[in-house]
Design a protein around this ligand. Structure first.
Ligand SMILES: Nc1ncnc2c1ncn2[C@@H]1O[C@H](COP(=O)(O)OP(=O)(O)OP(=O)(O)O)[C@@H](O)[C@H]1O
Ligand SMILES: CC(C)(CO)[C@@H](O)C(=O)NCCC(=O)O
Ligand SMILES: [Mn+2]
Length: 905
């Protein structure tokens, strides 16, 4: 790896770090006998809990340690990082790699009993991999800078393969690659990394990648017309045939008829390489992005010969061409006595972009027409998520097909080939991964690393994206905490925490005049700001969670839509963004306090606020940037951001205090009232947080409980009471009740709880302890908890000897698979799914009415699922702690109560 040098842009930023790491390095003798510098290792190493872990033992600096940015070799790095696949094209190298999820702490008392009772295995048994789950990462490099790519692979040890599998225990000394470069650079890979390239056919991979994305990712495909992006719901049973147009350096057009069933039907040599190549020569641009950006300020009419130029300003209406139609791209350049310098680079770039985009659009249309295909998906990095390019192509397809055919784009546009190559590792079994098993996340990068603040200020998300790839590895000694950088390793967060830097959301520029095609107006989204390439990938890390399932009690999973609020409505969007922004300072305070209010916590809190604000700014500008946006996503993003900055339970202090207070507070109305009043605890509500300043929460609870007068705003209590057997009619007892609990505190009546902390919501891990504490005050609860195996002594009994049947209803705790205040019932834990089925009852739909689902709290019962229909009885309980939501959803007011009972029909 001697020949591999770091990206120059990293040098300045790593200066200070190296100074410090040098102070703490120590001499060791490496295997080869040379002295190398290594950082002190051992128990002083902090590992980030949300990221791949690195084994630092035997770490050694490779090559000359006088180098500014030496590569650090981690010979014993073994776990977590798994396969890698490459697509090495004429212009760009695309890399997809997989890292394992770290096993979660399993000191979870309730797990065993839940497993025994519901017979849950670890996820889906059909597959051997990736049962543990993990993350798919997407990275790209310029082919001309292949060394950067090699260095990246090396520094992350991606070429060592899936070697944490105890059975295999051999390094995968080959890696899958596709694209022309798999042939061209095979020797280089062997020489530099010692790995053999296993070549996969480029067209096979493109098709496999496209099919995978279209089936496995909910919001992958979208249309883009006149600046408007709309996600398309793909029906898996009605996907084929389609035309796949991959616009890379050159363009391939493939008719796809099924998995592995396709034919390359056409192509064109006028593609992305043409735009970038010609554009570079004609404008002297240094980068593709610069060229694309120029086009946004261009006016092609100064170079293109328009119909009007030929017809003396008139339309040629007889054949339907308006005066502003481009008659001949670059045609004006022939008639004028001008040199290249006399043209604006902006105009040249736009003229070129339009020429190539229209041309590809037209050939695609003709090809689709010839084959009788209506749907055309465009991929390849030429598109680059650029609104104007997509609008131009869409416009061409729309125009020529007279609306008969549709252009669709893919969020992972450039990674089709690399994903296809990745999936050719047979044992991944990724091909039958389902939509609900993939969760896309937009991590804000590295967790906190401590030490001084280094490097230049971080302007916005664009910049952050360059820093997100590195696994984080931190060393400390008595002098303090330091981090070591291997490639891209320096923490962007260090930059992020700097004070006084405004997060800049790019501001759209005004749309300049453009000319049309075929007498139609030109695409309107030309003026959109081009975001930096990295962030504009608009792809996050894909988390594979094979244990996620569709909640079995949903009446119709196909039509299920968890969200009640439509954030496509700009007013709603703005409102909720404001709510979240205004709530931020308070949340940061809580988060910092939850970690003892240390300097470290404060810095992380600050960084979290910046990170989350940057996401909000990005989404405010382009709501569909990360896929279809919903309030549930936003709330989840906030929790994810907290976790990114190592705030694992921002409300832990508050939760503890409230649990203690509420346990001292001890039939149906009382119970429901209790739940509703207790739902006042909501650290996600501005109004409530303001209230809390006026007293302790338990006091507010007592107060709200006193005021709790029926009828509530939504009041099906009588129907529910009747169903519960307090009426004249006889009802069969519910066999199983699933309570989706909300807050920690007084309303803990449990069954289904969050897997990870979110706001002040109680988690499945915390519940056994709370129940045990509450059981001290209540015999019924104690009996139930014992019967459910929730209490420690009861657990022992269950394990040792099958306990004689207790007369109590067992109380169980299961995790729901989420870490958000909302719940998308298409993605719940296998444990919950198992609890919602009954081994004996599966498929006996007529018997499901004896189940009862209780959703509690604003997030689970109002923001999401208020309109959800179930196969069984359902009760939705919440107090509305937001005026606007109250008006919209129940035509009521803040603090109104909802008790919505929907019997199974
Ligand atoms: N940062 C970038 N650097 C260079 N080109 C870029 C960049 N971003 C987008 N592009 C465009 O994407 C094209 C490359 O797309 P892609 O990676 O899909 O093709 P490729 O695999 O390299 O080419 P081929 O498949 O024809 O071998 C470039 O020719 C250029 O038009
Ligand atoms: C040669 C490939 C397949 C390499 O990816 C691509 O660049 C391409 O499809 N070029 C267009 C070649 C043609 O004219 O059909
Ligand atoms: Mn390619």
């Amino acid at each position: 790896m001697d020949g591999l040098r770091k990206d120059q842009s990293l040098v300045g930023a790593t200066d200070n770090i190296n100074e410090e790491t040098n102070n703490i390095t120590q001499k060791v003798i490496s295997e080869g006998g040379e002295e190398t510098m290594v950082p002190p290792v051992g128990n002083s190493i902090h590992r980030s809990s949300s990221r791949p872990q690195l084994d630092l033992s035997g770490a050694a600096i490779q090559g000359n340690f006088e180098e500014r940015d030496p590569t650090i070799l981690l010979p014993n790095q073994s776990d977590d990082i798994s396969h890698l696949a490459l697509d090495i094209g004429g212009s760009l190298i695309k890399l997809v790699y997989f890292s394992r999820h770290e096993d979660r702490v399993v000191n979870d008392k309730r797990k065993k009993s839940a497993k025994e009772r519901f017979g849950v295995s670890n996820g889906n048994i059909r597959r051997t991999f990736p049962i543990l789950g993990g993350r798919l990462h997407f990275v790209k490099f310029e082919t001309a800078k292949i060394n950067e790519c090699l260095e990246f692979i090396h520094s992350k040890q991606l070429h060592r393969g899936d070697n944490d599998n105890a059975v295999i225990k051999v390094y995968t000394m080959f890696e899958k690659a596709t694209g022309g470069g798999a042939y061209k650079f095979a020797d280089l890979f062997k020489e530099k990394l010692g790995v053999s390239i296993e070549k996969e056919d480029e067209m096979d991979c493109l098709v496999a990648g496209a099919n995978f994305l279209l089936k496995a990712i909910r919001h992958e495909a979208f249309t883009h017309k006149e600046g408007h992006k709309e996600f398309v719901q793909i029906d898996h049973n009605d996907l084929y045939p389609y035309l796949l147009v991959n616009i890379g350096s050159g363009v391939s057009m493939i008719k796809v008829d099924g998995d592995g069933k396709f034919q390359r039907v056409s192509g064109t040599n006028v593609g992305g390489g043409t735009y970038w190549g010609l554009g570079r020569l004609l404008t002297k641009c240094k980068s593709f992005d610069e060229l694309l950006e120029l086009s946004q300020r261009g006016d092609n009419s100064s170079i293109d010969m328009l119909v009007g130029d030929i017809y003396g300003g008139l339309d040629y209406s007889k054949i339907g061409l308006s005066a502003s139609t481009i008659a001949s791209s670059f045609g004006k350049a022939i008639s004028e006595n001008k040199e290249i310098e006399d043209y604006r680079p902006e105009d040249i770039s736009l003229s070129l972009l339009r020429m190539i985009s229209y041309n590809i659009g037209q050939i695609s249309y003709l090809t689709a027409l010839q084959l009788g295909i209506k749907r055309i998906f465009f991929g390849g990095f030429f598109i680059r998520g650029h609104a104007y390019t997509m609008d131009t192509i869409s416009f061409a397809i729309q125009f020529w097909s007279k609306g008969g055919a549709q252009a669709m784009f893919l969020r992972h546009e450039g990674f089709l080939g690399a994903l296809g190559a990745f999936m050719s590792y047979e044992k991944h079994g990724l091909d039958d991964l389902m939509v609900h098993q993939l969760v896309e996340r937009f991590p804000m990068g590295a967790p906190y690393t401590g030490g001084k603040i280094h490097g230049p200020p971080l302007g916005d998300l664009n910049e952050k994206a360059r820093w997100i790839q590195g696994p984080d590895l931190v060393c400390s000694n008595q002098k303090g905490t330091y981090f070591i950088c291997n490639l891209l390793q320096i923490s962007w967060m260090e930059k992020f925490v700097r004070k006084g830097i405004k997060i800049t959301a790019p501001v759209p520029t005004a749309s300049p005049r453009t000319t049309g095609l075929g007498g139609f107006e030109a695409p309107s989204s030309k003026g959109d700001t081009l975001r930096c390439d990295e962030s504009n990938l608009n792809v996050g890390v894909l988390h594979l969670v094979p244990s996620l399932e569709v909640f079995p009690l949903l009446a119709d999973p196909k039509t299920y839509e968890p969200n009640t609020i439509d954030l496509a409505d700009p007013n709603e969007l703005e409102y909720w963004f404001t709510v979240l922004s205004e709530h931020l300072p308070d949340l940061v305070d809580k988060a910092v306090a939850s970690e003892g209010g240390t300097d470290d916590a404060r810095r992380r809190g600050d960084a979290f606020a910046r990170a989350f604000s940057a996401h909000l700014a990005r989404l405010m500008e382009e709501p569909a940037a990360y896929g279809k946006l919903s309030l549930a996503n936003l709330l989840e993003l906030r929790e994810e951001c907290l976790r990114e900055f190592n705030f694992f339970d921002a409300y832990s202090t508050i939760k503890h205090r409230e649990n203690e207070a509420s346990l001292a507070e001890t039939r149906l109305l009382t119970l429901i009232e209790g739940v509703l009043a207790a739902n006042i605890f909501d650290w996600g509500s501005r109004a409530c947080v303001d209230l809390y300043h006026k007293g302790t929460i338990i006091e507010i609870y007592r107060m709200s409980r006193k005021k709790m007068q029926r009828p509530w705003r939504v009041d099906d209590f009588d129907a529910f009471k009747e169903r519960m057997g307090f009426g004249d009619k006889k009802h069969q007892r519910h066999k199983r009740a699933l309570l989706f609990v909300d807050n920690s505190g007084a309303d803990v009546v449990v069954l289904v709880a969050n897997s990870l902390p979110a706001l002040n919501d109680v988690t499945a891990m915390e519940l056994p302890e709370i129940v045990a504490e509450a059981a001290k005050h209540c015999d019924i609860l104690r009996g139930a908890a014992e019967a459910g195996g929730l209490l420690m002594d009861a657990m022992i009994n269950i394990q040792d000897s099958p306990r004689e049947k207790s007369s109590s209803t067992p109380l169980m705790v299961v995790e729901n698979g989420c870490g958000s205040p909302c719940i998308d019932l298409r993605q719940v834990s296998s444990e919950l799914a198992a609890a919602a089925k009954d081994a004996d009852l599966v498929c006996c739909f007529n018997i499901l009415y004896i189940y009862l689902v209780i959703l509690e709290g604003m997030g689970r019962a109002l923001h999401t699922n208020y309109n959800a229909r179930f196969k069984c009885d359902a009760l939705k309980l919440a107090m509305v702690k937001n005026q606007r939501l109250a008006e919209k959803l129940i035509k009521g007011n803040i603090y109104d109560c909802v008790c919505r009972y929907e019997p199974a029909n």
